[in-house]
Design a protein around this ligand. Structure first.
Ligand code: GDP
Ligand code: FE
Ligand code: FE
Length: 197
């Protein structure tokens, strides 16, 4: 498998770089998302290599410090409202700037998929749906409902996006934490897929 088209280094060298950025456990999860993304690409007629790379990189910035995220928000003049959120929202939306700086990724579809991997979006590309769903169903995930999400992903990416978003919102509401408006937009854009049989 060659990722060099998009990152200018082999997968092997990329893995070395990732090891210096994230914990072993996080890397295991990223490798799981890579594998699930490749699988979802294969059954949806999408480029498995591009999907695998996006999946592998999606949490690249997860372990940056809050200070680093806040500095990136300033440096790139991003929406100041972002500062009211935290790592959960930053590691995708702000993380893509770190990915561009460190890895030279320029492919806009890969960057958008990573940018929106936590919140989803009302207009996701096939790649964005693949990464969003793969993040939820990869082999290391164990939570009530993951089996149903895996089954839906076999049937329809859109249904899997809908299921994941509804369950994430339920989970966040249950924990009494703020929900990022874009997550609600995703829910509204996909809610109809929950009803179809
Ligand atoms: P991970 O990076 O692999 O752990 O997974 P995600 O990037 O999908 O999610 C990171 C965290 O953000 C999880 O704990 C989600 O429940 C949480 N999250 C997802 N959507 C939202 C949201 O709209 N608001 C908030 N506050 N957290 C969210
Ligand atoms: Fe994430
Ligand atoms: Fe993840």
């Amino acid at each position: 498998m060659t990722y060099e088209t998009y990152v200018g280094m082999t997968r092997e060298n990329l893995l070395e770089k990732l090891k210096s950025q994230v914990s072993k456990k996080r890397l295991q999860h990223m490798l799981g998302v890579e594998k699930a993304s490749i699988y979802l690409a294969e059954i949806n007629g999408y480029d498995p290599e591009k999907a695998g790379l996006a999946g592998l990189l999606h949490d690249y910035a997860k372990e940056l410090s809050n200070e680093e995220f806040l500095a990136l928000i300033d440096k790139y003049g991003l929406d100041p409202d972002l500062k009211n959120w935290g790592n959960n929202i930053w590691h995708g939306k702000v993380g893509i700037y770190k990915i561009q700086e460190d890895l030279g990724v320029t492919d806009s579809e890969i960057l958008a998929a990573i940018e929106n991997h936590t919140t989803g979006s009302k207009d996701m590309s096939v790649l964005a749906k693949i990464v969003y769903v793969a993040d939820y169903i990869e082999d290391n995930r164990h939570f009530p409902g993951v089996e149903e999400a895996r089954q839906l992903a076999e049937v329809s990416l859109d249904k899997a996006v809908a299921y994941e978003t509804a369950h994430t919102i339920e989970h966040l509401a249950h924990q009494a934490v703020p929900i990022y408006p874009q997550t609600i937009e995703t829910y509204n854009a996909y809610v109809n897929y929950l009803k179809e049989t």
